[in-house]
Design a protein around this ligand. Structure first.
Ligand SMILES: C[S@@+](CC[C@H](N)C(=O)[O-])C[C@H]1O[C@@H](n2cnc3c(N)ncnc32)[C@H](O)[C@@H]1O
Length: 228
């Protein structure tokens, strides 16, 4: 199993249940410590510009309440906080405890007030109508068909009326990023975001859906609104 595959696999020994024995504080397992560096490598050092493109597509405004689902180490959130400002709130959610532990470490270093929780997109632990915007970056292709439909329904539930969901994921038809990721060559060679994601967002109740090419080549996006 290579490092990237390991990142995407639940690892009970070092992942979800990694704890500092002395303090009982969850600690990021060793492989998560390399996650940001690996993303930097596969994006050829353009992680920041990838996140900036996502933030522009999310059309964030000062004061927004933001949920980032599958937040990984939290880097997108820290960039988004520059737009939502002190009046905004940001929450990161990830199914991997190791990612959340690393996100919390990164937040402390970045003096970020963002909060982070371990949970799956299929069981979001927040009340209905909590967020103005939800983002999900490079997560969708990891989800099973059931997780995709349940997850979209959950995101719809926690968004406020007129809240927006932005999904960003690989577009294998534009080559590049997807083919640099070990274990990702099984992805269909087509823009599944503009087709499958749009259809599933419609099924979950989202309206005003638009999709297209992300400013970061090799990615696509779909954005929709919760019109309750
Ligand atoms: C490739 S990483 C992307 C991380 C981050 N969003 C980014 O853009 O760098 C995919 C993330 O999705 C998370 N993930 C996978 N399945 C999930 C689920 N069912 N619910 C929430 N997060 C999930 C993984 O743990 C991982 O952190």
């Amino acid at each position: 199993m290579n490092l990237i595959q390991k990142i995407h696999k639940q690892d009970d020994a070092h992942g979800r249940h990694a704890h500092d024995e002395a303090s009982h504080t969850p600690k990021a397992p060793f492989w998560v410590r390399y996650y940001d560096a690996i993303v930097g490598l596969v994006t050829l050092g353009r992680t920041r510009s990838m996140h900036q493109g996502t933030i522009r597509l999310a059309n964030l405004r000062p004061g927004d309440a933001l949920l980032d689902v599958g937040c990984g180490t939290g880097k997108l959130i820290f960039a988004a906080e520059k737009v939502i400002g002190g009046a905004g709130t940001a929450v990161g959610l990830d199914v991997e405890a190791g990612m959340i532990a690393q996100a919390k470490e990164n937040a402390a270093k970045a003096h970020s007030p963002a909060t982070f929780d371990v949970a799956s997109i299929t069981q979001i632990p927040y009340p209905d109508d909590s967020f103005d915007v939800a983002t999900s970056s490079l997560v969708y292709h990891h989800l099973s068909p059931a997780e995709k439909s349940e997850g979209l329904r959950e995101v719809w539930r926690v968004l406020r009326p007129n809240g927006r969901l932005l999904i960003v994921d690989l577009n294998p038809s534009r080559r590049g990023l997807a083919v640099r990721l070990p274990g990702h060559n099984q992805l269909a060679q087509e823009d599944y975001v503009s087709r499958e994601v749009v259809e599933q967002m419609q099924a979950a109740g989202f309206t005003n859906i638009t999709s297209g090419a992300h400013p970061f080549k090799q990615l696509s996006f779909a954005v929709g609104t919760k019109n309750a």
